[in-house]
Design a protein around this ligand. Structure first.
Ligand code: GRG
Length: 308
């Protein structure tokens, strides 16, 4: 496949996954009660819907779907696992925007949840999305083998929790000097946790669902790590060089907070070179999948060259 063909196939598939994820999240976030639930308060479910529907690239569900496609996993199962991952992502955005964290007014081109509702509703909507993710990931439809569901669930917990995203956020705040003197920041480690862990999960989820060999798992793990770092460097570059309108959020926030980022450490040209190196690493990790890895290869390119 030529690079151009792979990129247009990628764009179509990303759009389709975004559409399917939107429909699925719409159903999962309906008023309908699940067995053992007592009531779904209107304000809470509406707040969860506000932050989860009608926006976002749905890159994380896309990675789950495409890493699963490599192993011929049924699309419906992958979409469900992707929806669980997207719920965690949306919760992290809600909490990250709160006054106690980044205090942002704009997200996905719209006012942030706590601006439209209030801080308490935003905290609860984030909590409920996090919890819902762990409900979804255990659905029987994801895999007939309960052990596969257990492995997926444990990996999701580890990507999201103290040793993953939440831990990375803590390191980030400590580096800003929120708890006393600024703590020294290992940017690569921090970002591997804060943003990389969920993206990597999207990639290894396919290997878990597809009951891959150890070698195939390792390949997707390597690919996911390279993609996660490239994503973050692109994010740091966008904060310096990006367009707020295209991004749907303020730019220049890292500099305003005096944050150590890949750009402050490597400079703009150094950061761009690092992205090129990571792209090459992502490509080479996928080599064992041959043409089956083409869409994931295009995804890595999209992540590094994105403008939103
Ligand atoms: C509050 C526990 C907790 C964690 C917050 C991941 C995170 C930690 C905060 C997100 C804030 C942020 C702007 C991180 C930089 C990279 C990032 C995750 C950007 C948003 O992801 P996209 O571009 O967003 O995939 P869309 O809107 O397309 O889903």
């Amino acid at each position: 496949m030529t690079t151009g063909t792979a990129i247009s196939a990628f764009a179509k598939r990303l759009d389709q996954t975004a559409e399917d994820t939107e429909a699925l999240l719409g159903k999962l976030l309906s008023d309908a009660l699940l067995p053992d639930e007592i009531a779904r308060p209107k304000r809470l479910i509406e707040a969860m819907r506000y932050s989860s529907l009608d926006g976002g690239k749905r890159l994380r569900p896309f990675l789950v779907v495409e890493s699963s496609a490599v192993f011929g996993v049924p699309r419906e199962a992958a979409l469900l696992a992707g929806a669980a991952l997207e719920c965690i992502h949306c919760y992290s955005l809600i909490h990250d925007d709160l006054p106690a964290m980044d205090n942002s007014d704009l997200r996905r081109g719209r006012p942030t949840l706590h601006k439209v509702y209030d801080d308490a509703t935003a905290i609860l909507a984030g909590d409920a999305l996090l919890t819902l993710a762990f409900d979804i990931i255990t659905h029987d439809e994801i895999h007939s083998d309960a052990n596969v569901r257990l492995l997926l669930t444990r990996a999701l917990a580890r990507a999201s929790g103290v040793g993953g995203m939440a831990g990375g956020q803590m390191l980030d705040l400590a580096g800003e000097g929120r708890f006393g003197d600024r703590e020294p920041v290992d940017v690569a480690r921090l970002q591997q946790m804060k943003t990389g862990a969920l993206l990597r999960y999207g990639c290894i989820a396919g290997a878990i669902l597809g009951q891959s060999s150890q070698k195939q798992y390792q390949a997707l793990d390597d690919y996911g790590r390279a993609l996660g770092e490239a994503f973050q460097i692109a994010d740091d570059l966008l904060d310096v060089e990006g367009d707020a309108a295209a991004l749907g959020k303020q730019t220049g926030q890292d500099a305003a907070l005096g944050k150590t980022t890949f750009v402050t450490q490597l400079g703009i040209d150094g950061a761009k070179q690092r992205v090129r190196d990571l792209l090459a690493r992502a490509d080479s990790a996928l080599s064992i999948f041959g043409a089956k890895g083409d869409v994931l290869r295009a995804a890595a390119r999209f992540v590094s060259e994105r403008n939103s």
